[in-house]
Ligand binder design. Structure first.
Ligand SMILES: [Ca+2]
Ligand SMILES: [Ca+2]
Length: 295
């Protein structure tokens, strides 16, 4: 966005105002939004799968929906999901908020919270796989193993099966879902704390991209809760019902403040200083600088 500026100063207050100019120039002011959804603008970087404690060596990376349940008898399912946010590298100073937008295919009979967490770094290299609910796709993630190799061997999750209770960090966001939630409509989980959101993207861009872990708040509850969401594999080929199922794939909406571009601001300051120098030579009572930025 271009901004026209024109600044005039009383020469006697010049040194004080120059400090103000420096602050204004150095302060990033552009707000921007990145939207990531498979099939939109050439993006195809979403990975998602279900971990099923009832079928603990199965992989679900290729199934066209992901599922959360408490199982009613202590056999919960959880979801892992990550987005390729590499286009954010070097372009933000802070992440202002992150919204994970999902579209339910089914909703639970009673109210329960869908909770959002970040897996720990050691679990961040989980592998989506391509199975649609079949046992042992070697090297992919299941409930029992981060990398399931055979029905009994593989690499354990840090924190225990299904990431346990310590294989992921503190709660980032939660949203209630119930039988009053409308299927096929946006269901949002929003991280509005800028510090948390910035830390999350920083972590995603460093070493493993951990993505998200989703689980229900009542996994240990004797009642039954089940909800499913369209995922990255959702398409008109495998989903009946919605007229445009590709539009219901998981979406990440990142609001961020753009980083200043140092070279541009150096030129701006040099221009301003040149004008000020010229005006000083002319012994004018006021000194002025003007120009255009394209922040
Ligand atoms: Ca998938
Ligand atoms: Ca990381």
């Amino acid at each position: 966005m271009c901004r026209l500026f024109h600044l005039c100063f009383d020469r006697k207050a010049l040194s004080r105002r120059l400090s103000l100019v420096s602050c204004l120039v150095a302060f990033p002011v552009s707000g921007a939004t990145l939207l990531l959804q498979d099939g939109v603008n050439g993006y195809a970087g979403t990975e998602d799968t279900t971990l099923n404690s009832g079928l603990p060596v199965f992989n679900y990376g290729g199934r066209p929906y992901v599922e959360l349940t408490n199982g009613g008898s202590g056999v919960p399912t959880r979801i892992l999901m990550r987005f390729d946010v590499s286009t954010l590298t070097g372009v933000y100073s802070t992440i202002d908020s992150i919204t994970l937008r999902l579209y339910p295919t089914t909703v639970p009979g009673s109210a329960v919270n869908v909770q959002l967490y970040q897996p720990v770094e050691a679990n961040g290299d989980w592998v989506e796989g391509t199975s649609s609910g079949f046992p042992v796709e070697p090297g992919t993630s299941s409930w029992n193993k981060k990398f399931q190799q055979t029905s009994t061997t593989g690499t354990d999750w840090t924190g225990g099966a299904g990431l346990g209770t310590t294989g992921y960090g503190a709660l980032l966001a939660q949203t209630e879902i119930s039988n009053t939630t409308t299927a096929w409509q946006p269901f949002d989980l929003t991280i509005s704390d800028s510090f948390l959101a910035t830390s999350l993207v920083n972590d995603w861009l460093t070493a493993n991209n951990e993505g998200f872990l989703l689980r229900l708040s009542e996994e240990g509850n004797a009642g039954y809760y089940q909800t499913s969401f369209f995922d990255a594999e959702t398409s008109s080929l495998n989903t009946g019902g919605p007229p445009d199922p590709e539009a219901l794939r998981p979406t990440l909406i990142v609001n961020y403040t753009a980083a200043p571009e140092p070279g541009r601001f150096v030129l701006l300051m040099l221009g301003a200083m040149s004008l000020i120098t010229l005006r000083r030579r002319g012994k004018a009572a006021f000194v002025c600088a003007h120009g255009v930025t394209d922040e």
